[in-house]
Write a protein that binds this ligand. Sequence first.
Ligand code: ADP
Ligand code: MG
Length: 463
Amino acid sequence: MQPDSVWQAVLGEIEVSLSRGNFVTYLKNTTLEKQEDGLVVVGVTNPFIMQHIEKKYSDLLIATLRGQGVKVDRLEFKVISSARRPAEVNDTDETPQLVTRASGSGENENLEAGQISYRTPSSSFKQSLNERYTFDNFVVGDGNDVAFAACQAVAQLPGAKYNPLYLYGGVGIGKTHLIQAVGNALQARNPDAKILYIATEQFVREFVQALRNRTAATFANSYRSADVLIVDDVQFLAGKDKIQEEFFHTFNTLHQANKQIIMSSDKPPRDIAMLEDRLKSRFAGGMSIDMQVPDFETRCAIIQTKAESHNSELDPEVVEYLASNGQTNIRELEGALNQLLAWCDVRGLTPTVAIASSLLQVNKGRPKHLSAKQIIERTAKYYQVPLEDMVGPKRDKDIVVPRQVAMYMLHEELHLSYPKIARELGRKDHTTAMHSVRKITKESQINTDLRGAITEIKEHLYA
Ligand code: ADP
Ligand code: MG
């Protein structure tokens, strides 16, 4: 490999393991100046950055370089003038390397690598569809009917009308189910079609692995030869430049060949922060559909259908109780139902509202295991602010918002009183806590980034 592509591979790998801010600030604009007899010289743009990289990232750089097969006995840094930075020459210039190689520009090494790994680990490039997700067992109602209709249309005539098809909405409302149902319907009609389903996190992992194993061409070809490409949770492309570049070319190749692309996300393309504009416009260039939590009647129908699939019959009262009781999405609803059925099954009891309610109460008790300290720490960690600043006097915006989110979480998860919340965050005045909780409650209804942040913090807390 050329020194530059070695370095691009190193950066690509490091990019996914560091926070976005750290990567951009310290490493994005570095270059590989020299690589000779075990000496590696890295070019950086200013002395301050150099010091920091040397202290914080030397080990990581050495390990990653070695992972790329580079001999490193000594790592040195050198300040170079910023005029020479590749990023300033032309930001889009970096990646065509990958692309040219991917399109088979005659580099034997890559073609061979491609052929070999096609046989052996090619299955790692393919995450198969789950047969459980079909149109037949999807209950249609208010909230998901438009998405359902669009998915059926695509399954009828892929690559024609809605390309790409992009479904978005909160967690557990049936996005994965629907996009896989399209894949399953198409595969059933045409068993030879190459229908690829991939979760974005998996795509990212494979991309990094392909860079490491120098099988980027195989990786690219594998996706670009799909007849239908289904990509779940594309919001996880956010902030990963190299992967976005790769995905952009994959998208174009398929789209130009009228191959159907289906995506899901937790928000509309325009709201995905740190996603390249050209991807946003591609994603929004077909059909985007907002999915909602299904309404009460639909939720009842879903519970009934799921109970039947377990060969259980539920009292309408119990169904309504489950459908109305705080479960904010279908996955949770399903979880509550399964728990109820299992509990009753083991004891030979018929499910009742009383049993259901006592089981759900137990669930609600779950946050008790959390302490206020854990919540504040986790929030601080998410926003990458020091804990002492969270509870300290600073009032800068980058501290105030995390602090408000922490207050909101204490309110939501621990049901603490406002004075107590204020004290936990080193505030004297309980009205501060009250205003913060109200503000975040209100804003999280309209700001998808904020909602995403809260969900992620919660997921970590309960993981
Ligand atoms: P998402 O991808 O939006 O997070 P999923 O597609 O994974 O949600 O759905 C969560 C669970 O709820 C799955 O088991 C799915 O089968 C089920 N589900 C969601 N909506 C429906 C529906 N309308 N009918 C039947 N099952 C549903
Ligand atoms: Mg999903």
